[in-house]
Design a protein around this ligand. Structure first.
Ligand code: FCB
Length: 440
C-alpha cells in the first residue's frame, strides 16, 4: 500500500466487513428460511440461482476467519446478525443455537483483541415476515425492535459499536423499486413504504439499544455520486433527483427530520398515514454515521415516468462489477455529509472495496488492481481528514470472497480468496499489502 497506519491519526480504526447471509452458511444451526432463499430459488433473479445455504461455511470456520483478521492487524470487525438464525419465524421463540453462535463469535473476537462492530440487519428477512408484507408492513418496526431486544440482550454488552440496518437504499429502493434484490418488487408504493419503515425501524432499534445500556450507536448508509451526463439544466436536475432518493433521503430523515422535496413529489401519496409523526423516533440521536462507498453513476434525463432518468455507462476504468472507479466521490461525500448533515459527529467508512477477476494460481492470488483501488480511496480518506472531516475509521469490504447477492459467487470482493468447492481460504496480495501497512 502507499500508506501505513502512522499516516492516519492516532486511534484511527482499520477494519474489515462481512455480512451473515453472505458468509455463514444459512443451512446450518437451525436458521429459518429467508426471503433471499425464495428469491434465489426463482429463475432469473440470481446468477445460476445460487443462494447462501453453504456460502463460506463461516458458521463452522469462524475461528480460522477471525485469526486471519487479527493476523492482518485490523482493529475491528464489522459483522452482521441474521434475524432468521436468531428468530427462525421472525418473531416468537428464539433459536438457542443461533444465539449461542453469535455469543461464541463475539467472545472469539474479544479473545483476539478485535472490536466487535455489529450490524443487526443485512438483508436476509425471515420468510415468515416477508409473507406478512415484510418492509411494507408498518408492524415491522415492532418486530425489528423485538429482534433487537433478543439479540442485543445476549451480545449487546460486548459490542464496540452497533448499527441497525445496512444500506436502507438497498433494502428500500433496490429491492422494491428496481426489483433487483429480494423481495424483487417493482412498485413505487411498496418502495415509499419500505423506505419509511426502514427509517422507523432504525429509530426503534436505536431506542431499544439505548434502553439496554449500549453506546456507540450509528447507521450505515450507502452512497453513489450522481454525475449529470452533460451540462444541460435537465441533466443536472435528473442527477439531483437520483442524489435525493439515493443519498439524501436517509441522511435527511435521520439528521433533519424530513424527506427531500424531490422525492416527496412522487412518494407523498404512497407514504403511510401520519408518516411525519415518526420523525421523533427516526431522529433518535446517534454517535456516528457510516458511509458505504463504491462508485458513481452517470445520469441522463428522459421522458419516462418519474424519476425521469436512466443511467448511462461512464468513461472511467471499471471494476469486475462494471462499476466506474471514482475515488473523488468518496472525498466529496465525506465533506458534504459533515458539512450539510452531521457536523462534528464521527464518520466511518463502513464499506469500500472492489470486485476483481481474481485467479488462484500456484497457491496465490495477485490482485494489484485491488491494491490500487484501495490506495486511491484511502488517499481520499486522508485528504478528507486533513480538510477537517471527523473521519475515524475505514472498513474494507470484504474479508472473504462471498455470496454477492443477485450476482452469486462469481464477483469476488475478498481480501482472502475462497475456493467455493473446498472452502479453502487463501489470502490475496491485497491482504498481505494491508498487513504490512497496518504494522505499527
Ligand atoms: C454493498 C453491500 C454488501 C456487498 C457490497 C459489494 O452494497 O452492503 O453486502 O454486496 O455492496
Amino acid at each position: 500500500m502507499n500508506f501505513t497506519r502512522s499516516d492516519f491519526p492516532d486511534g484511527f480504526l482499520f477494519g474489515t466487513a462481512t455480512s451473515s447471509y453472505q458468509i455463514e452458511g444459512h443451512k446450518f444451526g437451525g436458521a429459518g428460511p429467508t426471503h433471499w432463499d425464495s428469491f434465489a430459488a426463482t429463475p432469473g433473479n440470481v446468477v445460476r440461482a445460487e443462494d447462501g445455504a453453504l456460502a463460506c461455511d463461516h458458521y463452522h470456520r469462524y475461528e480460522e476467519d477471525l485469526d486471519l483478521i487479527a493476523a492482518a492487524g485490523f482493529d475491528c470487525y464489522r459483522f452482521s446478525t441474521s434475524w432468521a438464525r436468531v428468530l427462525p419465524e421472525g418473531r416468537g421463540a428464539p433459536n438457542a443455537q443461533g444465539l449461542d453462535f453469535y455469543d461464541r463469535l463475539t467472545d472469539a473476537m474479544l479473545a483476539r483483541g478485535l472490536k466487535p462492530c455489529v450490524t443487526l440487519y443485512h438483508w436476509e428477512l425471515p420468510q415468515a415476515l416477508a409473507d406478512l408484507g415484510g418492509w411494507r408492513n408498518p408492524d415491522i418496526a415492532n418486530w425489528f425492535a423485538d429482534f433487537t431486544e433478543v439479540i442485543m440482550g445476549r451480545i449487546g454488552d460486548r459490542m464496540y459499536s452497533a448499527a441497525p440496518i445496512n444500506e436502507p437504499w438497498c433494502v428500500g429502493w433496490l429491492s422494491h423499486f428496481l426489483g433487483a434484490h429480494a423481495p424483487g418488487l417493482r412498485d413505487i408504493r411498496a418502495t415509499a413504504r419500505a423506505m419509511h419503515h426502514v427509517m422507523l425501524s432504525h429509530g426503534r432499534a436505536t431506542q431499544v439499544m439505548r434502553g439496554l445500556g449500549m453506546s456507540n450507536l450509528g447507521c450505515v448508509f450507502n452512497m453513489e455520486w450522481a454525475t449529470p451526463v452533460d451540462e444541460t439544466p435537465r441533466a443536472h436536475a435528473a442527477a439531483e433527483v437520483y442524489d435525493a432518493y439515493y443519498n439524501r433521503f436517509f441522511l435527511e430523515g435521520v439528521f433533519k427530520g424530513r424527506y427531500p422535496k424531490l422525492v416527496l413529489e412522487a412518494f407523498e401519496p404512497h407514504l403511510p398515514k401520519n408518516w411525519q409523526d415518526d420523525f421523533s423516533t427516526i431522529q433518535e440521536p446517534l454517535d456516528w454515521v457510516g458511509l458505504n462507498y463504491y462508485t458513481r453513476k452517470i445520469i441522463a434525463p428522459n421522458d419516462g415516468p418519474w424519476p425521469h432518468h436512466h443511467e448511462v455507462p461512464g468513461p472511467l476504468p471499471k471494476t469486475f462489477m462494471d462499476w466506474e472507479i471514482y475515488p473523488q466521490g468518496l472525498y466529496d461525500f465525506l465533506v458534504r455529509t459533515a458539512r450539510e448533515y452531521t457536523g462534528d459527529l464521527p464518520i466511518l467508512i463502513t464499506e469500500n472495496g472492489m470486485s476483481n477477476a481474481d485467479i488462484l494460481k500456484n497457491g496465490a492470488v495477485h490482485d494489484p488492481e485491488r491494491i490500487d483501488y484501495l490506495n486511491q480511496h484511502f488517499e481520499q480518506a486522508r485528504r478528507a481528514i486533513s480538510d477537517g472531516v471527523p473521519l475515524q475509521g475505514y472498513f474494507v469490504w470484504s474479508l472473504l470472497d462471498n455470496y454477492e447477492w443477485a450476482l452469486g459467487y462469481e464477483k469476488r470482493f475478498g481480501l482472502i480468496h475462497v475456493d467455493f468447492e473446498t472452502l479453502e481460504r487463501t489470502p490475496k496480495s491485497s491482504y498481505q499489502a494491508l498487513t504490512s501497512a497496518l504494522k505499527d
